[in-house]
Design a binder for this molecule. Sequence first.
Ligand code: PXP
Length: 236
Amino acid sequence: MLLGVNIDHVATLRNARGGAEPDVLLAARICEENGATSITTHLREDRRHIKDQDVENISKEIKTNLNLEMAVTEEMGKIALKILPHSVCLVPEKRQEVTTEGGLDVACQLEKITAFVKPLKNAGIIVSLFIDPSEEQVKASAKTGAQFIEMHTGAYSNAFGTPDEEKEFLNLKNATKLAQNLGLKVNAGHGLNYENVHRMHEIEGLYELNIGHSIISKAVFVGLDKAVKEMKDLIE
Ligand code: PXP
């Protein structure tokens, strides 16, 4: 399994004082030097953490792959076609949410998302859809032309260590298998941490995990290099 590190919260910290520190590009470099195979950033509509200039800088300067998370909006489509990241991950976005709360409802927006995916793919960008692990969403995703889905692991992460863990884990496992049978590659992420990530090994063929908050939180105490390395060791 590969490791994508989401560095949005380095930008959150920087923006708290409005200056240049901590340097988001330096964070991206440290992540890749310590085992990240992609750098994930979510350019939100309200630009609350990552800014347009960050995305441009990271896109130009990193050696690994930029995975740009974004909402399905005309503005974001234009930005992706200008920046040409290695991949985009389409996510739902609500202004007031603290983080991405649920998966994209592909089933209800099949036409809109299919039309959105096409020009991105034509430009050579790999397209992933961030969805909840449900049969309905997986089947709809397979019809859009997207090559990847990213399975929302939030429900599993929240249930970890509780009686609901097994049920949520099985949802992930079954949805992954269905997606793979339908020709999709599968990533996973959201809420994964140093305690709960090990069960991702039980899901055959997962391609990449995208992890942010737990790595940046650990980095406060041990440094970003060690935090990334430790996660990389756990998922390899
Ligand atoms: N994947 C997606 C699509 C996300 O929106 C996020 C959160 O920004 C993550 C992964 C990473 O989640 P976390 O910060 O909880 O590790």
